[in-house]
Design a protein around this ligand. Structure first.
Ligand SMILES: *Cc1c(COP(=O)(O)O)cnc(C)c1O
Length: 411
């Protein structure tokens, strides 16, 4: 018993969970002081029944909020029918979901996996294999400063943020970084060795930074000129969040990638990631070259199909609510000098501050609102797509209160 003596017997659920986690979990997460017990719609609840307006939705995952009745129904039904088949056999849902993804993305072929980083790893293998077919030295990959592409070694190699990378170097050779929206730097970095260019159309972890249409177009042009694959990481900014299916569809004329990866909201909380590629890029992966045990299981795919059905009718709502939310935030920005800028598209919103955001996030939790802070000074909101004006108004009232406190403390 001596090994568990630091864990108090039953001092209340939250304390006990905290003690167990601090004793038995890898200490990689700095969690907020909140134990969530259940959720419904845009709210989550702690054990005492206190409710929190969830403007983060699991870092953009719970796209239909919590316990959506249509998702709950298909999850229940599918759990009683078939959860897993492996990819040795067919099941009913991969084909139709891939067809759906092809129609909405403008790309052709899908590979299913389980997470964002895993989809990025697959895309990196496609870039490598594509380059190698042309020349053994064609393996360089260009990505952006402040990008975030995942925590696995390959994805980290093209993540342009020192804090995520430094403990794990050396990483993959051949990664090159250029500043966000710097067309000249991009032109100077692309060469015959470039096998791929990887971009987030709107950077998420980097602080909600959209790339310009010109930059996106230039990346397309250079990828074509040098025979490189253009990859868009839509893991955070895609699948409805920007008010279009994918963020690259915001540009007019549209810039199509060769490969798009998506994950976070795709199955609304059931793990699912995808690589969607055009025919040319799809040629880089032949039989036996890639795979996944869990990827594209019947549960995740069926939930994603149900979500896509619902999403079709939700896109105008996402645009409207996004516009409304940003307008209300702009009003707050006029009132509080430490708000530097309100950015984003659709329901992917960043509020850049001139002061650190951490305490504001903690105060907001106290007041019953969840969001987070990325890049130290950018408050990030990725609310469920079903959010209403009334809920946004409530969020704004809470934010106003929290900002008022911050204004007093910083003056
Ligand atoms: C979250 C994220 C990833 C990594 O996804 P995981 O599912 O956490 O592996 C990759 N790229 C972007 C843009 C992300 O936001």
């Amino acid at each position: 018993m001596s090994t568990v003596s630091t864990v108090p017997e039953q001092p209340g659920t939250f304390d006990r969970i905290r003690a167990l986690e601090s004793q038995y979990l890898l200490q990689n997460y700095a969690r907020y002081p909140l134990l969530i017990e259940r959720g419904r719609g845009c709210y989550v609840y702690d054990a005492s029944g206190k409710r929190y307006l969830d403007l983060l939705a699991g870092i953009g995952v719970n796209a239909l909020g919590h316990a959506h009745p249509r998702l709950t129904k298909v999850i229940r039904e599918q759990a009683g029918l078939l959860l897993h088949t492996s990819n040795l056999y067919y099941h009913q849902y991969q084909g139709p979901l891939a067809e759906r993804l092809s129609k909405v993305s403008g790309l052709e072929r899908t590979f299913f996996c389980n997470s964002g980083a895993e989809s990025m790893e697959g895309a990196l293998k496609m870039i490598r294999s594509h380059g190698r077919k042309i020349h053994p030295d064609k393996y360089e990959i260009i990505a952006l400063h402040n990008s975030f592409h995942g925590r696995t070694l390959g994805a980290l190699s093209i993540t342009g943020q020192e804090k995520y990378r430094r403990d794990f170097e050396p990483l993959l050779p051949g990664a090159r970084f250029v500043p966000h929206n710097d067309i000249v730097a991009l032109e100077q970095t692309v060469n015959d060795r470039t096998a791929g260019i990887v971009l987030e159309w709107i950077q998420g972890e980097g602080g909600i930074n959209p790339i310009s249409n010109e930059f996106g177009r230039k990346a397309r042009e250079l990828a074509d000129r040098y025979g490189a694959l253009l990859v868009f990481d839509e893991i955070q900014c895609g699948v409805g969040r920007p008010g279009t299916y994918f963020a690259y569809q915001l540009a007019d004329p549209q810039v199509l990638p060769d490969i798009m990866v998506a994950a976070k909201p795709l199955a609304c909380g059931i793990p699912l990631g995808v690589i969607v590629a055009n025919e040319r890029a799809a040629q880089s992966i032949g039989p036996g070259m890639h795979g996944s045990t869990f990827g594209g299981g019947p549960l995740a795919c069926r939930v994603a199909i149900e979500f896509m059905d619902i999403l079709e009718g939700l896109l105008p709502h996402i645009q409207q609510m996004g516009g409304y939310f940003r307008m209300k935030l702009e009003e707050l920005a006029k009132r509080y000098k430490f708000i530097k800028e309100v950015r984003g598209r659709g329901l992917m919103i960043g509020v850049e501050l001139s002061i650190p955001g951490k305490q504001i996030v903690l105060d907001a939790i106290e007041q019953g609102l969840l969001m987070n802070c990325t890049h130290d000074t950018v408050l990030r909101m990725l609310p469920p797509y079903i959010i209403t004006e009334k809920e946004i108004d409530r969020g704004i009232r809470i934010l106003n209160k929290v900002f008022k406190t911050a204004a007093k403390q910083s003056s």
